[in-house]
Design a protein around this ligand. Structure first.
Ligand code: PFF
Length: 453
């Protein structure tokens, strides 16, 4: 049975990097990274984060690429193809469940970016006090309909791209959207670092102050690296199943990780100088982007234009990520239920949207439904980010490090011996020993810490 011959695939190296970096670069970089960095002491957090990206993130990414390209199927099918007759396919099922859960709450936040795009061109941010901007955000969140409409619009755009397939959908749009994103980010960087007192913000981001570092900082950095690089749920396994046999997995992982890190740092360079220029606390948390930034836009010349650029940037970043998460479920449905891509996409997006609507409503009408103090949104986020992703990531490295033959793994990483892959011994050592232990640490800590919080 040679399904692989009829499978869609990426058409170019740049397309692969744009799509995989598109998955990695998302709300995690532009919304989450700056506020977590702000809350965890700035430069010291950044340094620890970088350490995890290189020590842990890249090896896990190479492992996901190896599974996907070897398996040539969706995340469930890939595990089944590589390890027939074993229960490893369960890791694939977990990946599909994680994708389902992530997309349900992620699409809610992605929808907020659309509200703010419209806001920048209609009423704008000018002449409003911080209080008013905060109230506006709050009123929007609790509204029973508006956030849901935007969420569904966002899901529809995501589904539209996914229906197009790999080459003519995901790759085509990523190749256009990712350069656009970098361009917008650079425009905003220039604006931000030319504000008065910008250097204070840069110092906050780049000057490590280790007195702020605790065990919590270290584990947060590890969790963030994981989420930001799209690891642990099979998004990159699914994408790699569309790679060609000649694509260099190690180099691709390095490029994607560098791009993701570079963009997270640039997002910090946009946000912190602006925050310090207006004497705002950098520790605002999740509202940093939706309240603090509009406040800044209300003060600078052409603020509405920069606001518009910023929220388009955020939407674009989110879109290439939601596309990759939806593709995990669509590939699974279409290959395992043997239905066509159109049907699979409709089935996946409609069912995810049902859960998504509940996540959105949990800020307003459903805010009273709580389990151990967590709303539906918080529960879904917790389940995905603190349980499914770390557990999935740990099982992936154990699978690659301990179950897969050394020669099979080398074959994949070196393209059948075509590439030298001199890093192989150290890579395999990390995957066998360091990564499982380190991820187990995040997992145990976050379950414990999360259950306290
Ligand atoms: N990496 C994305 C971000 O940083 O926003 C989020 C994400 C996408 C997580 C895909 C997990 C995933 F599989």
């Amino acid at each position: 049975m040679s399904v692989s011959n009829n499978r869609d695939s990426f058409g170019s190296k740049f397309g692969i990097i744009a799509a995989a970096a598109g998955s990695a670069v998302g709300l995690g970089n532009i919304w989450k990274f700056p506020y977590i960095t702000g809350q965890n002491g700035g430069g010291a957090f950044l340094l620890i984060y970088l350490l995890f990206v290189f020590l842990l993130g890249i090896p896990v990414m190479i492992s996901e690429f190896s599974i996907g390209r070897r398996g040539q199927r969706n995340v469930f099918g890939s595990f089944k193809a590589i390890s027939p007759g074993t229960p490893w396919y369960f890791v694939g099922i977990m990946g599909v469940v994680a994708a389902f859960v992530i997309l349900s709450f992620y699409s809610a936040v992605a929808g907020w970016t659309l509200e703010y795009i419209v806001k920048s061109v209609t009423i704008g941010f000018g002449n409003q006090s911080t209080q008013q901007l905060g109230d506006a955000f709050q009123n929007f969140l609790v509204h029973p309909i508006r956030p849901i409409i935007w969420q569904l619009v966002f899901m529809t755009i995501t589904a539209y791209i996914v229906i197009g397939g790999i080459k003519n959908g995901i790759e085509k749009y990523s190749k256009f959207l990712m350069p656009l994103l970098v361009f917008f980010l650079l425009v905003l960087c220039v604006r931000s670092i030319t504000l008065p007192n910008a250097s204070k913000g840069l110092a906050f981001l780049f000057k490590p102050d280790f007195s702020k570092v605790t065990i919590k900082t270290v584990l947060f950095a590890m969790g963030q690296a994981f989420f930001s690089l799209s690891l642990g749920m099979g998004a990159l396994i699914t994408y790699a199943s569309y790679f060609r046999k000649t694509d260099n997995l190690g180099r691709t992982a390095l490029n994607v990780s560098l791009a993701d890190t570079f963009i997270a740092v640039l997002a910090g360079v946009v946000i912190f100088p602006a925050v310090f220029a207006f004497n705002i606390e950098p520790t605002a948390g999740p509202s940093l982007v939706f309240i603090t930034l509009p406040e800044i836009f209300s003060h600078i010349p052409m603020g509405n234009l920069f606001g518009l650029i910023f929220f388009i940037l955020l939407a674009v970043a989110a879109l290439t990520s939601t596309v990759s998460v939806l593709e995990v479920v669509v590939a699974y449905f279409s290959e395992e239920l043997r239905i066509n891509r159109l049907k699979a996409t409709i089935l996946a997006s409609v069912s995810i949207s049902v859960l998504g609507v509940l996540a959105s409503l949990s800020f307003g009408p459903l805010s009273d439904i709580k389990l151990s103090g967590k709303t539906i949104f918080d529960m879904l986020d917790f389940l995905a980010s603190n349980i499914l992703l770390p557990l999935g990531g740990m099982l992936i490295v154990i699978f690659v490090g301990w179950y897969l033959n050394k020669s099979t793994l080398f074959d994949e990483v070196s393209n059948g011996g075509e590439l030298k892959a001199g890093y192989f011994p150290i890579y395999r050592f990390i995957v066998r020993f360091i990564a499982p232990l380190a991820i187990a640490a995040i997992f145990i800590y976050s379950v414990f810490y999360g259950s306290l919080g």
